[in-house]
Design a protein around this ligand. Structure first.
Ligand code: UGY
Ligand code: MN
Length: 243
């Protein structure tokens, strides 16, 4: 059944909402038996790229000449680094520094959230080694003292990293305590549940599978709605001077 020309997706100068009803798959160079839904890129105004990768067993993502972060949404993948094989399942994630040679192959039908960004060197700061971990190992912290809003930082908060990726889990009815407006941009993927997102001067119902891009200084607020927690994966540029 066609949708009579309706979608919840929007593109505005300083934010976008990308909903599954509007997703189009493409193949990026180096991919085999895999496709990408590119949610955010410089074409949108973002200074990073974020896509969802869907990979068949035996399929690969190909190499990357930028920093690459990926988080397993579903399935099982093998990550080969320096002769060591790591197996990652749902909630597993990895950080690969810029130009780091690696190979990523799906062992089962898999979906990944992938973030790629050109590294901003800082004089005197050496780039990080790769990181392979699972979100379940990370201890959550209440955000601004709110025990109903848990933040898990997936990357160390040191000057080595020029971006952060966190998960935020809202108990039913929990909300950000303020409307934020900041220089950092965000890429956000809804992992569980749903609620209302304020972006600039608009309020959007959002739920699992939706992606949001927030440009710099986009006023933003979220309140969880529903009987189960809402959770999202959120990227932000971090630890670098704005100039
Ligand atoms: O880290 C953040 O800026 C986060 N609190 N923003 C958000 O959830 N929209
Ligand atoms: Mn924010």
């Amino acid at each position: 059944m066609h949708n009579l020309g309706q979608t919840r997706s929007v593109r505005r100068p300083n934010h976008s909402l990308h909903t599954p009803d509007a997703f189009i798959r493409t193949r990026l160079p180096g991919m085999s038996k895999a496709s990408a839904i590119v949610h955010a890129s410089p074409a949108l105004g973002a200074s990073f790229t974020q896509y969802s990768a869907e990979i068949e067993p035996g399929g690969t993502l190909g190499s990357c000449s930028f920093q690459r972060f990926f988080y397993v949404l579903e399935g099982e993948v093998h990550l080969d680094l320096d002769g060591d094989r790591h197996t990652l399942v749902k909630d597993g994630y990895a950080y690969l520094p810029q130009d780091f040679s690696h190979s990523l192959t799906a062992a089962q039908p898999s979906r990944l959230a992938v973030i790629e960004k050109r590294y901003q060197l800082l004089p005197g700061v050496s780039p990080s080694a790769p990181i392979v971990a699972s979100e379940s190992e990370i201890v959550g912290q209440p955000l601004m003292g709110d025990v109903d809003l848990t933040l898990r930082a997936l990357l160390p908060d040191t000057l080595t990293f020029d971006f952060a990726v966190n998960t935020m889990t809202y108990q039913p009815g929990a909300a950000l305590s303020m409307v934020e407006m900041h220089v950092m941009e965000h890429g956000l993927l809804m992992l569980e549940g749903g609620g209302i997102y304020r972006l600039d001067d608009a309020w959007y119902p959002v739920s699992v599978g939706d992606f949001i891009w927030m440009g710099p200084y986009c006023p933003q607020w979220f309140g969880a709605i529903g009987k189960t927690p809402a959770k999202y994966l959120i990227y932000k540029d971090w630890n670098r001077h704005p100039l």
